[in-house]
Design a protein around this ligand. Structure first.
Ligand SMILES: *[C@@H]1O[C@H](CO)[C@@H](O)[C@H](O)[C@H]1NC(C)=O
Ligand SMILES: *[C@@H]1O[C@H](CO)[C@@H](O)[C@H](O)[C@H]1NC(C)=O
Ligand SMILES: *[C@@H]1O[C@H](CO)[C@@H](O)[C@H](O)[C@H]1NC(C)=O
Length: 338
């Protein structure tokens, strides 16, 4: 090999990258083929230097490699031209993959194949807005012991949430929003400070396990399910930031709940919550986006000294049993004269 040729190779890639680049390069071409050779990936051709010093190869298909030339990050997004295709199983051969993102691929259908178990180095597993469906099996994530972000929102997954997710020692964020998942919420799904559990818009039933009292959650959102019981212990959690319990069948007395000082968004709308709004909601000094509409609450709305409820927030208190006081009409004058 001539020295000049060798130097040219070095300039586009380190020498160790080259051979490995070719290996995972063929896998990437296989993925493209399994996706039906979409127009958006037309720059993925034989000989293309996927790792060749470029972090990204285009907005539709983005590749980042390790220093040894294996694919480390893969993002495939907004591909509309492909014919309907199942999950490209060749992805499972990218065994050094740490982050997988598949977004806006509505033509992708069928289940997540069990071979994703081979991707044991993943810390981000993000599949959003596809047509993928079927149940999430208990064994699907058992090998993912480094996973921190599991995001499967806006797909068509059904069946129950695998309880085995709780065995992932590092899982910080779980987002299963907008699927057709049913059954109850398993305990201990996420861990670590500021973790988030986002389960909105599914068909979940039952009560929220009490163990979530001990998980240092930042975000907890379960709106638009069919959940029942008394999850008021969540409202007192230290360091919680966002709680959305709206559109469920929760039924509890709010009167004596100590509202956490850290909450900035609290949506309790469209449940069967009764009693009074506790004074503790009014003592914080930061903005609270509070929504309690359509419950069975009664009595004085506590008035905040700092950052009062704004007039436009009247709707957030509407359709209760007998709430009164600003931003609703005063308590001694509950509405216009007949
Ligand atoms: C829910 O998911 C479907 C399918 O991906 C999508 O079309 C819809 O916009 C999503 N809804 C929301 C509120 O994100
Ligand atoms: C959940 O949905 C599946 C179908 O997707 C059904 O077979 C199962 O009985 C449902 N389970 C519950 C608890 O509703
Ligand atoms: C709570 O979640 C629902 C969607 O499920 C959304 O419409 C609503 O705006 C959320 N509430 C807040 C305060 O963000």
């Amino acid at each position: 090999m001539s020295i000049i040729f060798f130097l040219l190779l070095l300039s586009s890639c380190t020498s160790s990258v080259l051979s490995a680049d070719v290996n995972d390069g063929l896998v990437l071409l296989k993925i493209k083929e399994q996706l039906g050779n979409p127009q958006e990936l037309s720059n993925w051709v034989e000989g293309f230097q996927f790792c060749g010093g470029l972090a990204y190869t285009g907005s539709y298909g983005q590749v980042e490699c390790t220093s040894t030339g294996r694919v480390k990050h893969l993002a495939i997004q907004s591909i509309m031209t492909a014919p309907a295709a199942p999950f490209p199983e060749a992805i499972c051969d990218l065994t050094e993959l740490e982050a997988l993102t598949i977004n806006f691929l509505y033509n992708l259908y069928g289940p997540i194949p069990s071979c994703v178990n081979q991707l044991s180095n993943l810390f981000t597993f993000d599949i959003e807005r596809t047509g993928l469906s079927g149940s999430l099996s208990e064994s699907l994530f058992l090998n993912h012991q480094k996973l921190q972000y599991l995001i499967l929102s806006s797909n068509a997954f059904s069946g129950s949430i695998p309880a085995s997710i709780s065995t992932i020692p590092t899982l910080k964020d779980l987002d299963l929003t907008n699927n057709s998942l049913n059954g109850t919420i398993p305990p201990d799904l996420v861990r670590g400070p500021d973790s988030s559990l986002l389960l909105n818009e599914n068909r979940l039933t039952g009560e929220i396990p009490k163990c979530y009292q001990w998980v240092p959650l930042g975000w907890f959102t379960v709106s638009n399910n069919k959940l029942t019981g008394d999850p008021s212990f969540l409202l007192s959690k230290e360091n919680i930031l966002v709680i959305n319990l709206s559109h469920n069948d929760f039924e509890f007395d709010l009167s004596d709940v100590e509202i956490s000082k850290t909450i900035s968004i609290l949506d309790l709308g469209f449940n069967k919550i009764y009693g009074k709004i506790p004074q503790s909601i009014a003592t914080g000094d930061h903005f609270i986006d509070l929504d309690v509409r359509n419950n069975e609450l009664c009595g004085d709305i506590p008035q905040r000294k700092v950052l009062p409820w704004q007039p436009y927030e009247a709707a957030n208190f509407a359709d209760n049993k007998c709430l009164c006081g600003s931003p609703l009409p005063p308590c001694d004058n509950p509405g216009p004269a007949p």
